[in-house]
Design a protein around this ligand. Structure first.
Ligand SMILES: [Zn+2]
Length: 322
């Protein structure tokens, strides 16, 4: 038997309309159930953290210290590079560079004891698309994240900005059941954080949570060393004047130069946020912290109390202001 398109459409429509009417009537008649309050994180829970960096080195530079600390305490941490970094070098590009940079993230993950993934978007070409929003939301859901970290949307590089926007766009959607329903929604909205930057407009980075990383600084510097395409060799735009050294003394000098540069950078975060370190650690401990990583709480996602932050970042000890 054949049916006309109109009949088929009407047959499909009629039960759907009836269901909508029944639901509308039922919800008008019954009192609305209050939206479930998400349960607080149980003490002793294994935390799950996912960090989205634009390129295969951003997650590591922003959060390798806390990654090493969480991983050492048995928590689960994942880095995601949202682009493959395939133009991030002055001398090579394309597939060979993307493969090299992925291998560098894998080496970094081995040092830190974490998981890592590189998405196959071209470097310098990331766009805020529905497909990418779905991809980011799916990764957050699959990881069952308690904490999600990314760039602020006023960072300097378009890939950084758009990575930040994609993560913010996912912040609400990860709970919405029929958005990308192939992965179940999260029942508890994660805490969303921004990683540190130096940009001032429209407002400077606020450094709400600052963690001392002196105990893992050697691991973080080892990660820098494990990404030579970006740091030792100079990435896209910082080939050392006179080229790369070829003799042993020159290579060692270059290695030390990179190490000193990043040691100073990680120290500058502790100096920049010394008063905030004192809030979390107490003044005496804060005064002795040399290296730090800092994070700003995003207004989207779950808004954690100070007590919850202490559970999520179990690094501060007892010396702080309560
Ligand atoms: Zn980057």
């Amino acid at each position: 038997m054949t049916t006309t398109p109109t009949t088929r459409g009407a047959r499909r429509f009629a039960p759907a309309l009836a269901a909508v009417l029944v639901l509308a009537f039922a919800s008008a008649a019954a009192p609305q159930a209050p939206r479930a309050t998400p349960s607080p994180l149980p003490p002793g829970a294994v935390l799950r953290i996912i960090v989205f960096g634009a390129h295969p080195d951003d997650c590591e530079l922003d959060a390798a210290g806390v990654a090493a600390k969480w991983a050492a305490a048995g928590h689960k941490f994942k880095c995601v590079a949202v682009t493959n970094g395939d133009i991030g070098h002055w001398g090579i590009a394309g597939g060979p560079l993307a493969l090299r940079r992925r291998a560098e993230t894998q080496q970094a993950a081995k040092i830190l004891g974490i998981e890592t993934e590189v998405l196959d978007n071209h470097d310098g070409e990331l766009m805020v698309t529905l497909e990418n929003r779905r991809k980011v939301a799916r990764l957050i859901r699959e990881w069952q994240a308690d904490i999600v970290i990314s760039h602020r949307p006023n960072d300097y590089h378009p890939d950084h900005r758009y990575t930040g926007v994609l993560v913010m766009d996912a912040a609400y959607m990860v709970q919405v059941p029929f958005f990308g329903p192939e992965v179940p929604p999260l029942t508890r909205n994660p805490v969303f954080l921004f990683s540190e930057d130096r940009f001032q407009k429209p407002q400077p980075f606020s450094g709400d949570i600052v963690v001392g990383i002196d105990d893992v600084i050697e691991k973080k510097l080892a990660v820098v060393e494990a990404m030579p395409s970006q740091f030792y060799e100079g990435g896209c735009c910082d080939l050392p004047t006179g080229g790369l050294p070829t003799d042993a003394a020159g290579k060692e000098a270059r290695r030390k130069q990179v190490r000193d540069r990043f040691t100073a950078r990680f120290a500058s975060t502790a100096d920049r946020f010394r008063p905030r370190l004192a809030e979390w650690y107490g003044a005496p401990r804060a005064a002795g912290i040399k290296y730090a990583e800092a994070f700003e709480i995003c207004e989207y996602g779950r808004q954690p109390s100070k007590e919850e932050i202490r559970r999520l970042f179990p690094f501060f000890g007892d010396g702080a202001q309560r």
